[in-house]
Design a protein around this ligand. Structure first.
Ligand code: KG4
Ligand code: ZN
Length: 335
């Protein structure tokens, strides 16, 4: 079965084709980041308009890559949520229109399920069951994954997502959107011993997270340096380092707890923040110590992409699911 996957939930237009016999056969991505950077964040209306401009050319591009015609497709999957409603509508209407014209099934899939199963696209995919840490700009969740669609939420952020905290800290430090990679780059020059930020909610049992306090802590530290006349480049780098260390440490502590609690030996890290090098190093080290193994998607599939949507869509369509008569665009949708 050849399935076209469409991702338009935020600021990346992602399109791919997953073949259930041959694997991923084509993948194309257009990032709107440069356009939104001038505004310091994603502007929803501009995002929708840009998806409209880019989606059809990208669909043609993946068909060309795979040497296929539209009529060779057996199904279409699109991100139905969560995300920006206008952006989601572009993917949903295009998917439904195309599927109707071709007379093939169409399915709306959950964006976070895409992230969750993105490591399945790698040459050594994790076997079920595993614990997954989903860390993106909109979500921070620990999930026990027993199989396709068999998910149990172990814990989640009670306020900001980890990626959102990175983005907000970046803004305070005068860095461009998206903040995560820029904070990480600045933190490389920082001194890890100068400041120590709190590790929120690690002093009590449970697997929930809270990152909004770190934002306040960042601002207070910045102001302190500023009023002491010490807010130079080194000062900013030291703050970035303290912030990154706190987030990485907190995520590591909770992952360790989740592995202990479930008794599982496989940990999947997915979503934009899983691209963070320091987080990867820490989690791999921790996992090794307890005879567990960590799985990541390749860098390109850590952030939003069409391949993960094509993959999830293919598995679900193959299992007989379809929702041809309901066009879905759900800004909020729990996994
Ligand atoms: O999964 P994603 O592309 O989009 C959402 O579904 O949210 O994640 C984007 C988030 C942004 O908040 C971005 O700052 C963060 O992932 N991110 C990072 C890194 N790369 C991306 N955060 C920390 N370190 C990174 N290297
Ligand atoms: Zn995402």
């Amino acid at each position: 079965m050849r399935v076209l996957g469409i991702e338009t939930s935020c600021d990346e237009t992602g399109v791919a084709i997953f073949d259930t016999e041959r694997g991923l056969v084509a993948d194309a991505l257009y990032s709107q980041i440069a356009m939104h950077a001038d505004y310091g964040g994603v502007v929803p209306e501009l995002a929708s308009r840009d998806h409209t401009r880019k989606l059809l050319p990208l669909i043609q591009e993946v068909l060309d890559q795979a040497n296929l015609e539209r009529r060779d497709l057996d199904g279409i999957a699109y991100t139905a949520g969560p995300g920006l409603v206008g952006a989601l509508m572009v993917g949903a209407t295009t998917a439904h229109g195309l599927a109707r014209a071709l007379g093939i099934p169409v399915l709306g899939v959950h964006h976070m399920e895409g992230h969750l199963l993105a490591p399945m696209l790698e040459s050594e995919p994790p076997a079920f069951p595993f614990v997954a840490l989903l860390v993106s700009g909109g979500h921070t969740q620990l999930v026990e994954v027993r199989g396709l669609g068999k998910y149990r939420l172990l814990g989640e952020s009670v306020d900001d997502a980890a990626g959102e905290a990175f983005d907000k800290a970046a803004k305070m430090l005068g860095l461009d959107y998206p903040g995560g990679p820029n904070v990480a780059r600045l933190a490389e020059r920082g001194d890890s011993t100068r400041f120590r930020f709190p590790r929120p909610m690690t002093d009590r049992p449970g697997l929930d997270f809270s990152f909004s306090g770190l934002k306040t802590h960042t601002l207070t530290t910045l102001r302190k340096l500023q009023s002491a006349g010490q807010l130079d480049e080194q000062g900013k780098a030291d703050i970035a380092r303290a912030f990154e260390d706190a987030v990485v440490d907190t995520l590591t502590i909770k992952c360790r707890r989740a592995l202990d609690q479930t008794g599982l030996k496989r940990l999947v890290i997915a979503g934009g923040v899983s691209a963070n090098t320091r987080l990867r190093e820490r989690l791999s080290g921790e996992a090794e110590k307890r005879g567990a193994r960590v799985f990541y998607p390749r860098g390109r599939f850590c952030t939003d992409n069409g391949a993960m949507i094509a993959y999830v869509g293919a598995q679900r369509l193959l299992a007989g699911e379809r929702d041809d008569s309901v066009m879905k665009a759900l800004p909020r949708w729990s996994l």
